[in-house]
Write a protein of this length. Structure first.
Length: 354
């Protein structure tokens, strides 16, 4: 990033620029660390803020933002899969009425249908009840700006609480995001203009790419507010985000957004764990939010049942749960988002990158 880019980033406030010491050994050392023992990762939960229970939901603090977010987040992809818009709106509002305040979405979900339906659901005072997150695919300033503006229009809001760079899947993605004319320029300008509040990134392919994104951000004097990644009972055994990335985020007070807790049902097909087991495992990690796909009232009830029955698991329970999934997880066959391209929407649609 050149001098002008550094000047632009220094103007960002809500995201918080990195202090001079951020690039010191204290931050970078975890980036260089090897796989962490499972015990050490799970002990990090005790170092995070104690969750607050209100009604049916638990709430945690989103990293250093101090935002209080529901431990369960409503996945935006699945609400766009529902056949009828009114059914989707009813589901979104039911989730909010019962206490889910974290809304996940993306510019590219179902050609914008997920945005449009969620935007309609957030009318009549519902927008004020939620923390709204969406994602953009653009790697160029122009593509990112267009996607931010389209997101605001389709969601029918004047600002989005959190924008995340979507599908950081390739080792060149960090350089494109932070390069001259890259998408970070558009995101920071939108933040300065009050269109967005916080900035993060997502990815599901390889923890080393996440570490590269964090390292590139540090080199450019920037610290993310959030990072989204797969966290589940299979990930713990294979190409693990939990072992390699999670300790870095907790150490630096970056909000942790867990996804793929049930692995789009593939994990359930292993016949080793239940959906409630999967949600409990992800909730037991130092996650701020566990984003899960909800496309029916039955699945919504399942999510709330997981919250109702959740109690922090001791190491013996965690070890026993992971022992049940170790063999099935060994080759990544139930984490197809890591081992195949079936979830790589930007690979299927390279024009989205700009």
């Amino acid at each position: 990033m050149d001098i002008s880019r550094r000047s632009l980033l220094k103007a960002a406030s809500a995201s918080g620029l990195v202090a001079a010491g951020l690039a010191s050994e204290g931050f970078l050392q975890p980036l260089l660390a090897q796989t962490k023992p499972v015990e050490q990762t799970n002990q990090l939960l005790a170092e995070t803020a104690t969750p607050t229970r209100r009604g049916e939901m638990l709430y945690r603090t989103l990293g250093r933002t101090q935002e209080q977010v529901s431990v369960i987040g409503l996945g935006g992809y699945h609400i766009g899969k529902i056949q009828e818009e009114q059914e989707s709106i009813k589901l979104i509002r039911s989730a909010i009425d019962r206490g889910i305040n974290f809304m996940d979405n993306s510019w590219d979900y179902h050609d914008g249908r997920s945005h449009r339906w969620m935007g309609n659901a957030l009318k009549n005072g519902y927008r004020q009840k939620v923390f709204l997150m969406t994602k953009i695919d653009g790697r160029t300033k122009g593509a990112a700006k267009m996607q931010i503006d389209e997101s605001l229009k389709d969601l029918q809001v004047d600002h989005i609480d959190l924008i995340q760079h979507h599908e950081i899947l390739r080792f060149e993605d960090p350089d494109r995001v932070f390069g001259t004319g890259g998408s970070m320029e558009a995101v920071v300008e939108a933040q300065k203009a009050g269109k967005i509040r916080y900035i993060g990134f997502t990815g599901h392919k390889n923890p080393q790419i996440h570490l590269q994104m964090l390292s590139t951000a540090t080199q450019n004097g920037f610290r993310f507010d959030t990072v989204q990644m797969p966290l589940n009972v299979m990930d713990a055994h294979f190409r693990s985000f939990e072992h390699q990335v999670l300790p870095v985020l907790v150490k630096n007070n970056i909000g942790v957004l867990g996804m793929k807790s049930i692995g789009e049902s593939y994990i359930l097909r292993s016949n080793t764990v239940s959906a409630i087991d999967c949600l409990h495992y992800a909730m037991n990690l130092p996650t701020s939010v566990v984003i899960t796909g909800i496309d029916s009232m039955r699945i919504l009830d399942q999510a709330f049942e997981a919250v109702r029955t959740f109690e922090p698991m001791d190491q013996a329970r965690v070890t026993a749960l992971l022992a049940r999934t170790r063999e099935a997880a060994a080759k990544g066959q139930y984490e197809r988002y890591k081992t195949t391209n079936q979830n790589d929407s930007t690979a299927m649609n390279p024009a989205w990158l700009g």
